[in-house]
Design a protein around this ligand. Structure first.
Ligand code: HEM
Length: 344
């Protein structure tokens, strides 16, 4: 094979351990693939989507039901976005439960965490672009959380929605955030994150003098594995997009009559549940920020993974970080299941 661009992504060979599915779960690579699907499908959607309150929901219905393959493109975009958030969460789990964040990978861990936040905000802003009656919680309660921040809340709220109340400017703001304000920084961070994986020496495994296994696989074999994963993911995503339509509800016709009783998007249901406990700033802003800060501090304040234990699941040396992450995940999961339970 002639040397080409892809030679910059992988070294000529890597330790076999770094490439094992059962070690990485392929979640980081799947997230990269889903970003590509999101960019292409999002760009195609832009040809038909009309970002004005009067036309947005209608333009999505036109795209879904009248444009050839429009429904498929929209479903692909919607489901790729949901699987993207899930893939990153799984990847974060893998990184913490294998101690893959140990130095020199601490900075890349923070880049990754920033990407998780950006992915959730992208999902949230994309969800608002539907401008149908299903997004009312996000539009009313979700944005009001910003207002609850002491001193600067009102100011931030006006920047976010373009006025004192959700109105004509709000959709333009969310559209711009979705496509430029969040997607561009996310694209830069993804490239930086992947570059850092290579610069930090690939996926974490014990240093050469502590290794028991010496097998290596070639760059060509690695690319073969990646292409197989991509084909499997594409088939799954395509089948999902063909058979499970993305949600759409009747358009919001009167912005002043928007109510807050609809449910939150699935990734914020745990926050919606916590808001029932009282103060919106404490439960809707402070608690999530504290959780994020604890996850961000894992490589800095928790006991470090021992170099000889890298490259395997559940190394005993970073047990505390594993326990903390699992507890956080269980709380979020239980709150989400509680919020999604059918009401009799
Ligand atoms: C858009 C989101 C993300 C993408 C596209 C992405 C992509 C990747 C890829 C392709 C790898 C190498 C293969 C693998 O480990 O699966 C990787 C490794 C890594 N990622 Fe991410 N990642 C993302 C989010 C995150 C998050 C949320 C974290 C943690 C907070 C994180 C931390 C790391 C670390 C520390 C490594 C090196 C792991 C090791 O050496 O064992 N990444 N990432």
């Amino acid at each position: 094979m002639r040397p080409n661009f892809f030679y910059h992504i992988h070294p000529p060979s890597i330790p076999a351990k770094q490439a094992r599915w059962r070690y990485t779960l392929g979640a980081g690579g799947i997230a990269v693939f889903l970003v590509l699907v999101l960019m292409v499908s999002g760009m195609l959607e832009m040809f038909y989507y009309v970002p004005t309150p009067g036309d947005a929901a209608l333009s999505i219905q036109t795209l879904s039901y009248r444009v050839p393959f429009g429904g498929l493109v929209r479903n692909l975009h919607f489901w790729a976005a949901q699987f993207f958030v899930i893939a990153i969460a799984v990847h974060l789990f893998r990184v913490v439960l294998t101690g893959g964040y140990a130095p020199p990978r601490r900075f890349n861990y923070l880049l990754g965490l920033a990407l998780l936040v950006l992915a959730i905000l992208l999902d949230f802003t994309g969800y608002i672009l539907r401008w149908d009656q299903g997004i009312q919680w996000a539009l009313v309660v979700g944005t009001n959380l910003v207002k609850s921040i002491p001193w600067i809340g009102d100011y931030l709220y006006r920047i976010l929605i373009g006025g004192d109340y959700p109105g004509l400017a709000t959709l333009t703001r969310f559209y711009t955030w979705h496509i430029y304000g969040l997607m561009l920084p996310a694209a830069v961070l993804i490239v930086w994150h992947i570059f850092r994986v290579r610069r930090d020496g690939g996926i974490a495994i014990p240093p050469p003098h502590l290794r028991t296994e010496r097998n290596r696989i070639s760059r060509e074999d690695l690319v073969r594995q990646e292409v197989t994963a991509m084909l499997l993911c594409s088939s799954f995503l395509l089948l999902f997009a063909i058979f499970v339509p993305a949600p759409i509800a009747p358009a919001i016709t009167n912005i002043e009559a928007v109510s807050s009783d609809a449910t939150a998007p699935w990734f914020f249901v745990w926050i919606q549940q916590m808001l029932k406990w009282g103060n919106p700033f404490v439960w809707g802003v402070l608690a999530p920020v504290i959780i994020l800060a604890v996850i961000g501090l894992i490589p800095y304040v928790f006991p470090q993974p021992a170099p000889r234990e890298l490259g395997r699941w559940l190394p005993p040396s970073n047990r505390l970080a594993q326990i903390v992450l699992v507890i956080i995940a269980m709380v979020i999961l239980l709150l989400t299941l509680w919020g999604l339970r059918p009401i009799a």
